[in-house]
Design a protein around this ligand. Structure first.
Ligand SMILES: [Zn+2]
Length: 66
């Protein structure tokens, strides 16, 4: 496998600088603005923050179901 090319959209594209390679994990990949990331390398995880729980995004709908 050639680790110098950008991973496809089915693998985590987080660059592990200390190991000079992409993560390339294909476990539970989700799409972010930065690209696809594994749970360990989401933007929130990299900041040491918990993931935002999924839920209705439109405030009007959120109040109607509460
Ligand atoms: Zn990763």
């Amino acid at each position: 496998m050639n680790d110098s090319t950008t991973p496809p959209n089915t693998q985590c594209g987080h660059w592990i600088g200390s190991e000079q390679r992409y993560c390339r994990s294909d476990d539970t990949i989700r799409r972010y603005l930065q690209g696809c990331r594994s749970p360990m390398h989401t933007p929130r995880a990299l900041q040491g923050l918990p993931e935002i729980p999924p839920g209705p995004g439109i405030p009007a709908l959120r109040e109607a179901t509460a």
